[in-house]
Design a protein around this ligand. Structure first.
Ligand SMILES: [Mg+2]
Length: 257
């Protein structure tokens, strides 16, 4: 792994797409979620004014895409000011891509998969009645995201119980679990977006910080990690963890100016 300061203009020549992870990379980590019988509140950080302005400059040269476990609706709240030209959003760890005024879905869910998702959700809801470490579900179409005060091993057991063909991942990210079919991830989504844009996966650069970013950082032409202890990549950023995305943007703007 090399520090991002060593990235050269030669390496960047071929790159057409920059793919950013969201929480902890382009916006500060930390979601407040509260769910009761009849109400749900979700609060999170948004893209800073300074980073927004830098992104507006950057999208003159690259297609920018933001890939997250969050729902597309939520991502649009966070990055909507950057849409639509040269920008796309990838929601629910890549299940959906919002681009050119449409939503593209990676793959259809079979009735069997939908049934398993339903059973897992219901079992976690039942568990939440007695386990106070479970705070609530973040609203999503397909991805199951229970937020918890700390890791809840019973959730992992529930997933194992219903996932009879070993098709699902169940990733703990420090605030929540992400549970969905393994074949739909940020890596396969980046490939799909690349094909849609008529480009090659070697023409992409992806930056992330954790487990759910591994597929996209590995598959991208150039991978960048903002947290080298958690995630291996070609390059890493050096500064404050939550602002690694801004560090990369600064480096890219410096190279292309
Ligand atoms: Mg991440």
């Amino acid at each position: 792994m090399k520090p991002i300061s060593e990235l050269t203009s030669e390496e960047l020549k071929n790159i057409k797409i920059i793919c950013f992870d969201c929480d902890g990379v382009t916006v500060e980590r930390g979601t407040e979620i509260e769910e009761t019988e009849d109400s749900l509140t979700v609060k999170t950080h948004v893209l800073s004014e300074s980073l927004l302005n830098k992104m507006i400059l950057l999208k003159k040269r690259f297609h920018l895409t933001f890939s997250s476990g969050r729902s597309l609706l939520y991502l649009e709240r966070m990055y909507g000011k950057l849409l639509w030209e040269n920008v796309s959003l990838q929601g629910e760890n890549g299940i959906f891509i919002l681009i050119d005024g449409q939503v593209i879905q990676q793959e259809k869910f079979t009735p069997e998969l939908l049934n398993k998702i339903q059973q897992m959700k219901e079992a976690i809801r039942q568990l939440a009645k007695t386990n106070k470490d479970i705070r609530g579900f973040e609203p999503k179409q397909f991805l199951i995201t229970p937020h918890c005060w700390k890791a809840v091993p019973e959730i992992e057991e529930i997933v194992k119980k219903y996932d009879t063909n070993n098709e699902f991942y169940c990733w703990w990210n420090g605030e929540a679990y992400d549970i969905a079919p393994k074949n739909l991830n940020k890596g396969t989504s980046l490939i799909k977006l690349t094909e849609y844009l008529g480009l090659n996966i070697n023409q992409t650069m992806a930056i992330g910080n954790g487990l759910n970013d591994k597929d996209m950082v590995t598959v991208a032409g150039i991978g960048v990690s903002t947290d080298p202890k958690e995630l291996e990549a070609d390059y890493f950023t050096l500064g404050k963890l939550d602002l690694g995305g801004e560090e990369l943007v600064d480096r890219l703007l410096e190279i292309i100016k």
